[in-house]
Design a binder for this molecule. Structure first.
Ligand code: SF4
Ligand code: SF4
Ligand code: SF4
Length: 186
């Protein structure tokens, strides 16, 4: 059976997949759903800029409007750079990164992979030592491929849910073991 593509999926296909939340939604698909289902404005995505607005306007048969400045400005693509000498290896930047573009382990320095970085800036606020900056990189002047970025975001989300469920299961096992100890016949 042919796959049914919803309007939200068609809109999502035109969004840059940085998952930066600058549109005011929790990511590209939530914004796409808000446009498709609740009539959200098409001019709220700074990474997509004028080109993205024009593509959405064509899809939805709407007029082209300027980017809403309240969401931010459209700037050239930048990638995260970690000052590895300053990094304390706390790993707090790993979880927020939608494409798992940061590698490193607890207590070891971390590195951002420029080719996978969407420039979302979500890794910056959690860093306790402010050692992440956004820089233009002539080798990676444009956003990563949207299909790869979307796929990596889905895998990232799946992993977070799975890890959280594993923690809940481990806690439940521990509680069951304590109860068993308390009530086991002596
Ligand atoms: S790229 Fe950022 S601003 Fe644009 S739709 Fe995705 S989350 Fe929203
Ligand atoms: S490294 Fe930082 S800026 Fe780059 S995609 Fe990950 S969270 Fe976003
Ligand atoms: S949050 Fe900052 S200090 Fe911690 S691992 Fe990431 S880059 Fe290093």
């Amino acid at each position: 059976m042919a796959k049914v593509t919803t309007l939200a999926e068609k809109i999502d296909a035109l969004l840059p997949q940085t998952q930066c939340t600058k549109c005011g939604y929790d990511g590209c698909m939530p914004y796409a759903e808000a446009i498709a289902n609740n009539g959200a404005a098409i001019n709220r995505c700074p990474p997509g800029g004028d080109e993205g607005i024009a593509a959405l306007a064509a899809l939805l048969d709407q007029a082209i409007v300027p980017l809403d400045p309240e969401c931010g400005a459209h700037i050239p693509h930048r990638v995260a750079m970690i000052d590895e000498a300053a990094c304390i290896g706390c790993a707090k930047c790993l979880k927020p990164c939608p494409t798992d573009a940061i590698i490193g382990a607890n207590k070891f320095m971390h590195t951002a992979i420029a080719s996978l970085c969407t420039g979302c800036e979500l890794c910056i606020p959690p860093c306790p030592v402010d050692c992440i900056t956004m820089v233009e990189d002539k080798n990676f002047p444009a956003l990563p491929n949207v299909d790869i970025a979307r796929e990596r975001f889905h895998l990232h989300t799946f992993r977070l849910i799975r890890d959280s469920q594993e923690r809940i299961d481990a806690l439940a096992d521990k509680e069951r073991a304590v109860l068993y100890d308390q009530h086991a016949p002596r």
